[in-house]
Design a protein around this ligand. Structure first.
Ligand SMILES: [Zn+2]
Length: 239
């Protein structure tokens, strides 16, 4: 085919289409979007169990610490009783009572702590499973992000190399044709040029192209699709 302005525009549009493809691939890189969504879901679902476990463990610690303190106090009173620190029988009786009370209370607290621990069981399992899953997902997200970064770098390199070829393709195109093409790209994006198919349709939007339009395009006239407004091009079938 004669190297007309339209044909040169077609070659430029081919490059633009490839550049557009690279941009789309870069945008669609998997940076762990699904995993992030799963992470949010798990955090929400297991949130109450994790909170319950955290609260329960605080309560268990509090009870056991308190029981220890009461026992230490009781031990101290007993030590002082045996050392004969108190002589008044009334005082001795009071301290003995206090020791008994402290030990009883400590036992109750210890029992309450065990009860709390038993009640925590199912929540503990859910919280642990959620933590394991969160850890796994976070590692996966990191891995995907790193892989995407590498791929993005490669795509960018291809993109820059390809874009470097653009000036040599734009240079020989008549300015009015190039200007209208660029304006169209600005309005509708890539691809701004569409091939007329064998069954006489616009290759991009599928709307039929009248025979006379196809013939005009074949004669190197720059016409646009009535529907999607893309510049039409007709590739003369080989042989
Ligand atoms: Zn169209």
């Amino acid at each position: 085919m004669e190297d007309s302005g339209l044909y040169r525009l077609y070659r430029l549009a081919q490059l633009d289409r490839e550049l557009h493809g690279l941009r789309r691939r870069a945008k669609a890189l998997d940076v762990g979007r699904d995993e992030k969504a799963a992470l949010r879901r798990i955090t929400t679902e297991a949130g109450p169990a994790i909170e319950r476990v955290r609260f329960g463990q605080r309560e268990i610690d509090r009870l056991l610490t308190s029981a220890d303190e009461r026992r230490a106090k009781a031990d101290d009173f007993e030590r002082r009783l045996y050392a004969g620190e108190f002589v008044n029988p009334r005082e001795v009786e009071d301290y003995n009572k206090e020791v008994k009370l402290l030990r009883e209370k400590a036992e109750q607290e210890e029992q309450a702590a065990y009860d709390h621990e038993a009640a925590l069981g199912p929540h503990l399992n859910q919280a642990r499973a959620a933590k394991r899953e969160v850890k796994r997902l976070k590692a996966l997200i990191l891995q995907k992000k790193e892989a995407a970064l590498v791929e993005h770098g490669a795509l960018e390199k291809d993109f820059e190399a390809m874009r470097g070829r653009r000036p040599e393709l734009t240079a020989p195109i008549p300015k009015p044709l190039l200007d209208s093409y660029e304006a169209l790209r600005g309005r509708i994006g890539d691809p701004a040029l569409s091939l007329v198919t064998e069954d006489l349709r616009c290759g991009e939007c599928g709307v039929p192209v009248p025979e006379r339009v196809r013939e005009a395009v074949a004669r190197d006239e720059a016409l646009t699709c009535e529907n999607c407004l893309r510049i039409l091009f007709w590739v003369v079938p080989t042989e």
